[in-house]
Design a binder for this molecule. Sequence first.
Ligand SMILES: [Zn+2]
Length: 393
Amino acid sequence: MLVLQGMLLIDGSGKEPIENALVVVEEDKIKAVGRVGEIDTSGAAEAIDLTGKTLLPGLIDCHVHICMDPVSDPFASLVKDSDATTTLKAARKALQTLKAGVTTIRDMGGKNHIDLDLRDAIAQGLAQGPRIMASGRLITMTGGHGWMIGREVDGPDEARKGAREEIKAGVDVIKIMATGGVMTPGVEPGSPQLTEEEMRAAVEEAKKAGKITASHAQGLTGIKNAIRAGIDSIEHGIYLDEEACEMMIENNVYLVPTLAAPYWIVAKGREAGIPDYAVSKTEKVIETHNASFRLALKMGVKIAMGTDSGTPFNEHGENTYELKLMVQEGMTPMQAIVAATKNGAELLGLSDQIGTVEAGKQADLLVVDGNPLEDIDAVTRVHLVFKGGKAVS
Ligand SMILES: [Zn+2]
């Protein structure tokens, strides 16, 4: 039995924080949560004083590319590397991510199912990293966004078969491409790609198998197609309007904004070697993207944190930068924390296990120096991370 005490507790639910809190961990789970003095801790093997620190749930990043190098041209790098090299690099990125306090990730597109093997290796203790929900090979139209790492399908039957084959391979989530994007040459972020019928076929298969679905969706027509097709989350959501937000609210669709992806592309730019097509497209959409985020926030769309780490200069292990950007664009620090904890767990269908600091849940915990409600940068000052009750070192 391990006792953590004396810290501020932000439990992830959005409720008022608790001062001078006490959390009891037994094996991999949280056993009790309260204030110092309220809970009998006699018999505890170890007590850690965390005065001056804040304890949060381990963070959940709903959109990463654990196989991708955050270099100027990640797709080129991924295509060039052997599977063995990609796997070794991915294992290192997973550890960097975990050390940043991110105890669960949803991978949104890797290569040759390396994400699935890494997920299993971590679960078996062969490698150290966050819990992974993996999407395997993303499903895109012929020549569509991400075709270099995805599987190309045309027509509802092929989309259905694509989803079935990914489910057979063991994915946790089906990722489909509703529109173009910035990192693929020759496709436009605003253009629709897979049709509503194609997406519906893939979503139907996912639902039958109890899997969740996510859609890369930047342009408005593609966003609405994906929502009508029954998708669980809209990734990026660059060109949202009020109607799209209303559709999302009505259908319980989450927005995973990934503000960090365009931020780093524009911040580093052509000088850093990012392909000109990617920088030009991103410069065109970044303001619209931020405005869409603000609109979704104002209208009450559910938002889950996702970074798109693995895109240019969007480093694995610096995932918490997304919280800072969400706060800059209008969230309160508490809203940003809830997006990165409770909301992520709900989107992933894991809220009975993770996402809040509550008795009975997995002891996935992040301890930081200072108070992130006063200064969101505090989430970057990692003091301790626990995954399933085990300290990460
Ligand atoms: Zn992505």
